[in-house]
Design a protein around this ligand. Structure first.
Ligand code: 4AD
Ligand code: MG
Length: 457
């Protein structure tokens, strides 16, 4: 018993442990029965002749109870000397306990140590406090902590919800290329790729390509990694992030805003239904999320400017916002904290937005675009617009923006062969996770963040 032996496969666990293998999340189905759990030692407390090992298996954490006078001495000794994050297979009886976080405890009967972490080289992340740099440097291990694992589960739920939302509404998933010949969102944040003898770039957005598939399939979306060589070191920017982007043929600005509020409300509701415990583990104020239902407030850029100028007059904003500028982070925060739902700011000056946006026919200096700002100061989570339908105007914009016309020949074709009003938006997954989980920084929203000064691990 409790001998260190090579762990081969599930079968080996079954050989030693006669009880059925289950996960911690599912132990409730086996109340009063013996089960086998395969995982790691999360923590160990000792109190006289009792050991309280906490085991984790990725689905949850369960506390074991090991009384010295009940279990065989080798089992007691094996657990007593277990080091943090040693991998173990344990067998025990499931007992309901109202005080236990998951509702159950395990009366441990048997243990197999799969790998014992050496005392001379202990697990680097201890229950004591660590600095962020240290944790980021050990991100490959940090993801094992309860809070980080909960965040990753919420992230997965958000992605699943976004896909379900579009799949259930007649959208077809179309995957745009990652390696592209030209910019989508401005030339200053392109990551170059040496493509044999050509210059290529990592995609900033799948948009231009899904405009083409929207003309083929009507309603489409893409979901994939996108890249920005951002030199900015903020808590909202990554150099590699994931974006979900719908694109709708015949879709106009109002349709896009309705789609955006529908998507966000759907995702939040799904997280509340399926990830409530994880949100609690993370410490999220759930009552704030419960308010996220359509419709969302909509304000024009003009109204936003007025609001920001009033804020400055009241002394709440340092600098006076002038009409024509793009909203900065403090501006977005100032606006968003006035609402308990995301606020949709529409019709920005075309000058501060991308080349492809359709001008407002009533005021051509404005673009038919929308940014959705999350509440509580989480900033822009969605950016979108109606796309320019006119071939002539689009050529002009491409020239004004100094973009290589040759590379956009195919894109211009879309305005020659049955051009229609259309539009879409992009939602950054990490920004959505940061807001829904209530995180200070986007670095915790993705398993391995890529930032200006972070390429390891
Ligand atoms: O506003 P953006 O730049 O819009 C586009 O890329 C459009 N082509 C999308 C479209 O219309 N199909 O980016 C969209 C969203 C932002 O609102 C933000 O949530 C996220 O992508 N985002 C970032 N997230 C993390 N790090 C960055 N550097 C990001 N840049 C944008
Ligand atoms: Mg934007």
């Amino acid at each position: 018993m409790a001998v260190l032996r090579a762990y081969i496969d599930v079968a080996s666990a079954k050989e030693i442990m006669s009880s059925p293998v289950t996960t911690i999340a599912e132990v409730g189905k086996h109340e009063g029965q013996s089960v086998t759990i395969r995982g790691w030692l999360y923590n160990l407390r000792e109190s006289g002749k009792l050991l309280f090992p906490q085991f984790r298996d990725g689905s949850g954490v369960i506390q074991g109870v090991v009384p010295k006078n009940v279990v065989p001495p080798e089992v007691f000794d094996a657990i007593k000397t277990l080091t943090q994050e040693s991998s173990v297979i344990v067998e025990g009886k499931v007992r309901a306990d109202k005080r236990a976080p998951g509702g159950y405890e395990l009366d441990v009967a048997n243990v197999e140590v799969v790998q014992r972490v050496a005392e001379s080289d202990p697990y680097p992340i201890t229950p004591k406090e660590h600095g962020t740099d240290f944790l980021m440097e050990h991100r490959h291990l940090w993801v094992r902590s309860q809070r980080q694992a909960a965040i990753l589960r919420v992230r997965a739920e958000i992605i699943k919800a976004a896909r379900d939302f579009f799949d259930d509404r007649g959208f077809t998933l179309t995957d745009p290329p990652i390696i592209t010949p030209a910019a989508c969102e401005g030339t200053t944040t392109l990551f170059p790729v040496d493509y044999f003898d050509d210059q290529a770039y990592l995609t900033q957005s799948g948009q231009l390509y899904i405009e083409a598939t929207a003309m083929a399939l009507g309603k489409v979306y893409s979901f994939g990694p996108t890249f920005r060589a951002e030199k900015s070191k903020t808590r909202r920017h990554l150099t590699e992030f994931w974006m979900v982007e719908p694109e709708v043929a015949y879709g106009q600005l109002d349709d896009l805003m309705e789609l955006a509020e529908g998507l966000i409300s759907f995702i939040v509701k799904r997280c509340l239904q399926r990830r409530r415990v994880d949100l609690q583990t993370i410490g999220r104020d759930i009552s704030k999320l419960e308010k996220i239902t359509p419709p969302f407030p909509r304000i024009s850029y003009d109204e936003a400017v007025k609001n920001l100028q009033e804020g400055h007059a009241k002394g709440a904003l340092e600098s006076k916002f002038e009409w024509g500028g793009d909203l900065g982070s403090p501006d977005e925060t100032y606006l968003s904290v006035q609402f308990d739902k995301p606020v949709m700011v529409h019709r920005y000056p075309a000058k501060v937005k991308a080349f492809y946006m359709e001008p407002d026919p009533e005021r051509p200096e404005l673009a038919l675009c929308v940014d959705v700002l999350a509440p509580e100061g989480y900033g822009e989570i969605i950016g979108g617009s109606q796309r320019m339908a006119s071939h002539e105007l689009l050529v002009q914009r491409i020239r004004e923006h100094g973009l290589p016309e040759e590379a956009f020949k195919w894109y211009l074709d879309l305005r020659k062969y049955g051009s229609v009003p259309h539009g879409g938006f992009g939602m950054g997954i990490e920004r959505a996770v940061a807001w829904i989980c209530g995180l200070e920084h986007v670095r915790e929203t993705i398993p391995f963040p890529r930032m200006l000064y972070r390429l390891y691990p």
